[in-house]
Ligand binder design. Structure first.
Ligand SMILES: C[C@@H](C(=O)O)C(=O)SCCNC(=O)CCNC(=O)[C@H](O)C(C)(C)COP(=O)(O)OP(=O)(O)OC[C@H]1O[C@@H](n2cnc3c(N)ncnc32)[C@H](O)[C@@H]1OP(=O)(O)O
Ligand SMILES: [Co+2]
Length: 136
């Protein structure tokens, strides 16, 4: 079951510059960066209760964010719904015809499990579903 809007992600070409923007200009608290190797993505999180902003940047210049930045230069990249049972949600939504990217959840930020729904299945919006580490 989907229980919350876990985060909204913005793809950024210059991670340090954007971290400064969100900390210094917008005054948000900064939860730190994490390189998520399985996702080929560097992340930076800013809690904005009850959700978070996630900045995403290509790790080692490679991966899905690199392709996005090449085409768009940056922008709103995805939203992420939190699930209390990701396998059950994947099964339920697959049965309804949603196209998932990948066969099974993979490691995400903060020890979560994550999977993505293709934007074509959801009005052009890339949707991530995650299950936090403490609820596996
Ligand atoms: C760490 C973790 C976490 O939070 O814990 C994360 O978030 S990792 C965050 C990074 N990981 C991911 O994004 C993984 C899932 N993403 C992917 O697998 C990919 O980015 C795809 C969404 C499949 C797009 O890759 P693909 O090579 O197909 O790119 P493409 O440029 O040819 O795009 C194909 C079509 O999808 C659209 N498209 C591409 N990226 C999009 C996005 N972010 N939002 C909405 N639409 C998007 C393009 O405009 C295009 O539409 P038209 O055909 O109409 O022109
Ligand atoms: Co995300």
């Amino acid at each position: 079951m989907i229980t919350a809007l876990d985060h909204i992600a913005i793809a950024v070409p210059d991670l340090e510059k954007s971290i400064k923007r969100f900390m210094d200009d917008f005054g948000l608290s900064f939860d730190g960066t994490e390189d998520v190797i399985a996702a080929k993505t560097s992340t930076a999180f800013f809690p904005v209760p009850p959700t978070n902003i996630e900045l995403v940047h290509p790790l080692n210049g490679d991966g899905p964010i690199a392709g996005y930045l090449e085409k768009k230069g940056g922008g709103l990249h995805h939203l992420c719904f939190r699930s209390d049972n990701i396998e059950e949600d994947v099964e339920r939504l697959t049965a309804k015809g949603y196209q998932f990217l990948g066969d099974a959840p993979s490691p995400g930020a903060h020890g979560s499990k994550v999977i993505f729904i293709h934007p074509k299945s959801c009005d052009g919006v890339l949707v991530e579903i995650n299950q936090p580490a403490d609820s596996h």
